[in-house]
Ligand binder design. Sequence first.
Ligand SMILES: [Zn+2]
Length: 237
Amino acid sequence: MIKCTVCLAENDDFSTTCFQCKAFLQDRVPNLNLFETSWQVIESPSKAFCRIALAEHKNYVLLLFSLLGVSLAFTAFWYFRLGTRFESLLDLIPAAVGIGIVLGLVAAVVVTGVYHLFAKTLGGMAGFRGSLGVLGYSLTPVAFSLVFILPIELLTFGMYLFTGNPHPYLMKPVSYVLLIGFDALIAVWTIVLAVVATKVGHQLSIFKSVIVVLVTLGLFLGGVVFAAYQLHLVGHA
Ligand SMILES: [Zn+2]
């Protein structure tokens, strides 16, 4: 809540002028700058998500969802050892990027839809675009991992990362454990940010925010694995 300094009326966190006396409360946020906003998400998430919820245009959100999709595609190729279906990294990388972008854009609509529905059911305040904005920017660590960690993984293990023959752990155990550990950390960090995003963006309690995020995540991962089996991408063995 923001208290108006002129008439002392209580306004909600995302008002720019007082509903009662029209006095100035806080600056409008017309646009979001990708680097500035992602950096703020890392540095002071609560402030960042408040600005994102306030922003009139949720810039770069679809890009962030696309990067999530690409990151999930590479993870699936690694987890299901799909590398055996490709000649080399030069075939595998464009396939993973292409599938990933489509997956990411579908996720932006479907996952945000599910997330928004659950948040609203528990009393969430944001509109659909608000949900899309805060959820998209909570993916900042995933984008970071894709840009900085994935190239290191590809350079270190090449195709062995996706074929598992020989298993990359047997090649370079320390690097493998470090890189996989780092990716696990990125996943946990993203989930924590999504909870903060929900708490700030929807003005829900921490407990309700955790439920919204975990239910959304569970349904999404369940959906991806189900789709992978339906499309016969995996499960031939
Ligand atoms: Zn006022």
